[in-house]
Ligand binder design. Structure first.
Ligand code: P6P
Length: 337
């Protein structure tokens, strides 16, 4: 039974016992958690809060923005500008980086986020979430540029997400395992409900959008077809399928009970390596998954080793139970030979 302590106490103890969280990072994580609490309140209002539907604008990805996309983005920007821990921010909803204005002190960290992932699910009351990644400013130059953000996922100081579902749950790593905090609405505080989260190396559950099957590359088709053949096929066991179309919800299920998640390259847009974004989706999720004993690759390379070249670049993603990810990655290597 995990002892019920607050996020603040957890972070203070991590700082005191393991020295893993400098005071500035602890403050940053508490501010992000508070912003997620505010987003949870807006999300939970639904139709009562005039937060559903589209905002009548598009983001840098050319995607129609939902009202909650913009609300969540503004909450994260406003909450994090004044704290003094950050030099700048980057968001799926903004084309360029957001440098902390001169009227506030600047700190050593960079914050990247997808303020509300799974937007297509907002209006139909299916779980959505906020994903965030924390990097250190790579140089002591006072001015930051977009290049300062282009660091491999292995350089992350912290990563996490908040899933807005039946419970609002904040999931966090600072490189010393994965902890989960459930929002206690009466107290208005994040309470530790799972620590040292571990993903089983094997699973019987895969998550992929099956409607794209005819567009997949052969290694992905081979892997999924073997799963579908079940106990009579080469895997010798039956598989179940889940696809929520909110990465945060699919990843949370995998952290909670195992599984493998695939959003691979496909022929619909062959020039794109995948649909998901490296900097503020694949990297933070990859960090969490590895910290919980799982694996995360783009089918060929470890996600956290990839050297980014653009802030909003996309990547193919295979993550979750280690033995399954290793098998998918092996099938890609065999196909490449
Ligand atoms: P599809 C949500 O839009 C998202 O970026 C991820 O959260 C999710 O895993 C994926 O796209 C769903 O994509 O093509 O199945 O709608």
């Amino acid at each position: 039974m995990t002892r019920r302590i607050s996020l603040t106490q957890y972070l203070v103890e991590q700082q005191r016992q393991h020295g893993r969280i400098p005071a500035e990072l602890r403050l940053l994580l508490e501010v992000v958690a508070r912003a997620c609490k505010r987003i949870a309140i807006s999300v939970n209002k639904g139709a009562l809060g005039d937060v559903l539907g589209t905002a009548g604008s598009e983001n840098v990805q050319g995607e129609v923005q939902k009202k909650l996309d913009i609300i969540a983005n503004e909450v994260l920007i406003e909450a994090n500008e004044w704290g003094g821990a950050l030099a700048g921010m980057a968001s799926e909803e903004m084309d360029g980086i957001h440098v902390v204005p001169n009227r506030y002190p600047r700190g050593e960290y960079l914050l990247l986020f997808d303020p509300l992932d799974g937007s297509s699910n907002i209006d139909v009351n299916v779980s959505i979430g906020t994903i965030f990644s924390v990097l250190k400013k790579p140089s002591d130059r006072p001015e930051i540029t977009v290049d300062d953000f282009l660091q491999p996922g292995s350089a992350q100081a912290a990563a996490g997400y908040c899933v807005y579902g039946p419970q609002s749950t904040l999931v966090l790593t600072v490189g010393d395992g994965v902890a989960m905090f459930t929002l206690d609405r009466e107290q208005g505080s994040w309470v530790l409900t799972a620590d040292n989260v571990q993903i089983p190396a094997d699973t019987q559950e895969f998550a992929i959008n099956m409607s794209n099957m005819r567009h997949w590359a052969p290694p992905v088709t081979r892997y999924i077809e073997e799963c579908l053949q079940g106990r009579d096929g080469p895997r010798g066991k039956d598989y179940n399928m889940r696809w929520i179309a909110s990465m945060v919800a699919d990843v949370h299920r995998i952290l909670s009970r195992g599984g493998v998640f695939l959003y691979p390259w496909d022929r619909r847009e062959p020039g794109k390596p995948g649909k998901l974004r490296l900097m503020y989706e694949a990297n933070p999720m990859g960090f969490l998954i590895e910290q919980a004993g799982g694996a995360a690759t783009n089918g060929r390379q470890r996600i956290l080793d990839l050297q980014p070249t653009q802030l909003h670049e996309r990547v193919s993603v295979v993550l979750g139970s280690r033995h399954e990810v290793e098998r998918v990655t092996r099938y890609h290597a065999e196909a490449d030979r």
